[in-house]
Design a protein. Sequence first.
Length: 247
Amino acid sequence: MKENAKLIEYQKHLKAIAGEVELIPGIYNYCDRWCERCPLSARCSVYLMEQKELSAMSDSVEDTMERVSSIFTLTMEMLQEMIEELGVDIEEIPDVNIPEHRPGALEKLANTYDKEIQKWIIDNSEFFEIEINKYLSFDHKKAELVSDVLQVLNWYAPLLGAKLHRAMSGNEDNSDDEIEKYDQLGSAKVALIAIDRSMGAMSFILNNFQEKESQALAFLSKLAKIKRIILQEFPSAMSFIRPGFDE
């Protein structure tokens, strides 16, 4: 009974979101997952459900695991309902052979950049802490800007590799599936956006901290190389219309 009550609660919340908010379908598929900075988070079903979960969390591991289990159960029930409405017989769906994905040169470049930039941020944390504290005494906005630049570099480095993994994962079987190609283009575009924002942040480092000039130039060169290869692989990626953001 307790489990059923929780499922009903989640169902009501999902319906309330759909009824009270003008949601943007699929917006969460091609975003940078930086919800606190997103101007459209209030129209994203994933964000709204996550906020619901955060507000309901307790310190109890058992309660948290029970809640996760409830959400999974609800998701499966809703999926089953959709299948029945569509008149699909699961038994008739053929098995799909998903080829093993092996990271290619582009993905490896992005992952290497991620590791290197994360290490660089850690190794230079004391330097930037001193610089930020120095600016706080006479230029508060500059101090905030330095801090923001480091956050941008830290946020987009792992996102770049993740989005390129998604973009390149469909290449193993040379599929002509339109949905798959659509997803690849969308993921590639997010990767390009991550690169542009990272290059903007690193350009700030280059122009404001002479001591880091050679390191900044090296990172900018790597980012430019990754961007060039992405555009070779997905020449029309920047024309992709991301739901909500580009409409």
